[in-house]
Design a protein around this ligand. Structure first.
Ligand code: PLP
Length: 379
């Protein structure tokens, strides 16, 4: 048997939505993007949202919105996907790497507190694997210093902390709809805003800085009257080509409706893994998984004393595995900002990601668990 690590769960409903976009013959930035933004805001509990073509773009726009002075510092996790730390670099800002908590993999808030200084302007916590960063404590640490908070929610869609949705604790929450994530649009992202005042500038900045959407202007092209300046727009802000398009949004609208089903499927798989992989001698669950259903996890993983041995055994038996993530300071690009990250380094040698996706079959979970148990017994 071969078991994939991740697998998007898309089918007939998504295909129908794409077909309808073809029939309308409007594939670019259009009404479906607006509808997706409105429905996302209602779902997450934010006053408004801005859809982008990736979370990487969303994280960049989020930081760009404040126009921080060049060289100011942004606190980012040392162990995350590159996109979190690329955002400050795109803006000429300095990433300050914060170690992770050894148990939860989220930002170590003691290390965060130590690293906040007068040059810091923002902090970008990541809810790793879907496990929530204690946002109440993080906000308490940030507020006295006036730090802006951008939650990187790439690993969650609908997860909560203390009854409040992740992505609505900070000033902005950025979600990813890349193909492997909790829900997908192929590629895509969404910025949930706490302050509606950012909606207009961010919508312009995702579209070259143009202050009017083409699809709205389009109606004026054929409107009756003598106004021949229907083509007119202004560019006042430095913008990018970061917009979501109607094809992606059409898929996203279906996926959002299906999100309870998708999150539920991964949650059931998580419970099955936890039950079947209890009591191992050489491995234990990667996270202190919260199993009450408020945190739909995106990663199931283990930490073990011979990670490479387990990885090789699973590989030989057709089970795909991964590693999320190596400390960013291991990469030459981030070497100038390197600081010791003892927890991230320790986890780097221990952790392994196992297959988890909506629709993973019972026999696939059994097969993965049988192989892990076999390896554990043989040690
Ligand atoms: C923590 C984190 N942030 C940001 C991103 C970027 O997401 P996207 O692929 O939508 O740009 C990812 C992607 O895996 C991620 O894991």
């Amino acid at each position: 048997m071969n078991v994939r690590l991740f697998r998007p769960d898309v089918g007939e409903r998504e295909l129908e939505a794409v077909r309808a976009a073809f029939d309308r013959a409007w594939l670019g930035l259009g009404p479906k993007v607006s509808e997706f933004e409105e429905k996302w805001s209602a779902f997450i509990g934010a006053p408004c949202s801005v859809a982008t073509n990736s979370a990487t773009a969303g994280l960049h726009l989020a930081l760009a919105a404040w126009r921080f002075p060049k060289g100011a510092k942004v606190l980012v996790p040392g162990m995350t996907f590159a996109a979190t730390a690329l955002a400050p670099l795109y803006e000429g800002l300095e990433p300050v790497f914060v170690d992770c908590d050894y148990e939860t993999l989220g930002m170590d808030l003691d290390d965060l507190e130590r690293k906040i200084d007068k040059d810091c302007v923002a902090v970008m916590p990541v809810h790793m694997g879907g496990h929530p960063v204690p946002m109440d404590r993080l906000l308490d640490l940030c507020a006295p210093h006036g730090l802006k908070v951008v939650e990187d929610c790439a690993h969650t869609a609908g997860g909560e902390y203390l009854g409040r949705k992740l992505g609505t604790w900070g000033d902005m929450g950025v979600f990813s709809f890349e193909e492997k994530k909790c829900m997908t649009t192929g590629d895509g992202g969404m910025i949930a805003l706490a302050d509606p005042g950012f909606e207009e500038p961010l919508k312009a900045m995702r579209w070259m800085g143009i202050d009017k959407d083409t699809w709205k202007r389009n109606r004026l092209y054929t409107a009756s009257g003598t106004d021949v300046r229907h083509w007119y727009y202004e560019i006042a802000l430095l913008g990018y080509k970061y917009n979501m398009n109607d094809l992606a949004a059409s898929i996203g609208l279906v996926q959002l409706e299906r999100l309870p089903e998708l999150n539920g499927s991964r949650h059931r798989a998580l419970l099955a893994y936890l039950e079947r992989l209890g009591g191992l001698r050489h491995a234990r669950p990667l996270f202190p998984y919260i199993t009450d259903g408020t945190c739909p996890y995106w990663i199931f993983g283990l930490r073990c004393d011979d990670r490479d041995g387990l990885m090789a055994h699973l590989k030989e038996n057709g089970v795909s595995t991964g590693l999320h993530y190596s400390p960013l300071t291991e990469h030459p690009l981030f070497a100038p900002y390197a600081v010791p990250l003892p927890n991230a380094q320790r986890l780097y040698g221990e952790m392994i990601t196992l297959p988890l996706f909506a629709g993973i079959r019972e026999e696939e979970i059994d097969y993965v668990c049988d192989n892990v148990r076999q390896w554990d017994k043989a040690q």
